[in-house]
Design a protein around this ligand. Structure first.
Ligand code: CP
Length: 309
């Protein structure tokens, strides 16, 4: 049986293109499963997974939990805000205590970049990074590429622009790695203050004019301003940001072709995207969320099969 080249999913940076294709083929199978009347398979009855979230989440947390339950794994949910982390317990002690309850896999969201990499070096469990600060969000990038593949048939050769706060976005970095690995052409677009200085070294082009970026692309992935990570103001006012980098129906309709609109969520309606775009037929935002469950089932299933060896 084909297997992943990695024991953990810490970032797209550590994957090969063949890993991504294997995850997609496995997700195709699970997508068919979750559309049956009985949406569950017994594959992981012998696996226990802890979801440990040190940062807020709606989509990722629920999607992982549902994916684990659809695979029949036993599931523990840990929220740092209600735990003994508040009493000063370290990350390694917290996780080792959880693992001593015979847990096989940890899904972790953490505000610090590299938290999953650090944990993988110090504990005996398979680690899945569910978002580490402004670093990586690998399952988001996988579900994004999978949604492009579903909508346009392939990712290779497609023109994808990622718009907004690239500087603070783990979704942007993971998407750049994933899209480049699959042969897509990638541009980033936003105010210069929100574009990392050396971003071009990742093989992407920089465009500060949104209209030009939209005229070029097949897909626009609109990102939220990561206000929780902004220590200073990176643009004059939200209204001016929206005027220059927000996508609205009039702008979309003025383009010569119909592009695909994506957003990882949560959306700030009226800031980076208007409601009539987010809810339009060009938007695949809710398809992304649906595909997240199949992608996470595939990642968990493939990593669990390495634990069982
Ligand atoms: N896309 C995403 O990571 O959303 P949540 O923060 O709600 O999990």
């Amino acid at each position: 049986m084909a297997e992943l080249s990695v024991k953990h999913l810490l970032g797209i940076k550590y994957l090969r293109e063949s890993d991504i294709q294997l995850i997609f083929e496995t997700a195709d199978h699970f997508k068919e499963v979750i559309n049956r009347s009985i949406k569950k398979v017994p594959s992981l009855r012998d696996i226990t997974i802890a979801n440990i979230f040190f940062e807020n989440s709606t989509r990722t947390k629920l999607s992982f939990e549902l994916a684990e339950k659809r695979l029949s794994a036993d599931v523990l949910n840990f929220s740092a805000s209600q735990s003994s982390v508040k009493k000063g317990e370290t990350l390694i002690d917290t996780v080792n205590n959880i693992l001593s309850m015979k847990v096989d896999m940890v899904v972790m969201r953490h505000p610090n970049p590299g938290a999953g990499i650090f944990l993988a070096k110090h504990v005996k469990a398979s680690i899945i990074n569910a978002g580490d600060g402004a670093h990586e969000h690998p399952t988001q990038a996988l579900l994004d590429s999978y949604s492009i593949r579903e909508k346009l048939g392939d990712v290779s050769g497609k023109n994808v622009v990622i718009v907004g706060d690239i500087l603070h976005s783990r979704v942007a970095l993971s998407n750049i790695f994933a899209l480049r690995l699959q042969g897509a052409n990638v541009k980033v677009c936003g105010p210069k203050t929100l574009l990392p200085k050396h971003i071009a070294s990742l093989g992407v082009e920089v465009e500060t004019n949104l209209r030009k970026a939209l005229e070029w692309c097949d897909v626009a992935n609109m990102l939220r301003i990561q206000n929780e990570r902004l220590d200073i103001s990176y643009f004059p006012t939200t209204r001016e940001y929206t005027q220059q980098y927000g996508v609205n129906k009039a702008l979309l309709d003025s383009l010569k072709k119909e592009i695909v609109i994506m957003h990882p969520g949560p959306i700030n309606r009226g800031v980076e995207i208007t409601s009539d775009v987010a809810d339009s037929k060009q938007s695949i935002i809710l398809n992304q969320v649906e595909n997240g469950v199949a992608i996470r089932m595939a990642v968990i299933y493939l990593l669990a099969s390495k634990i069982k060896q």
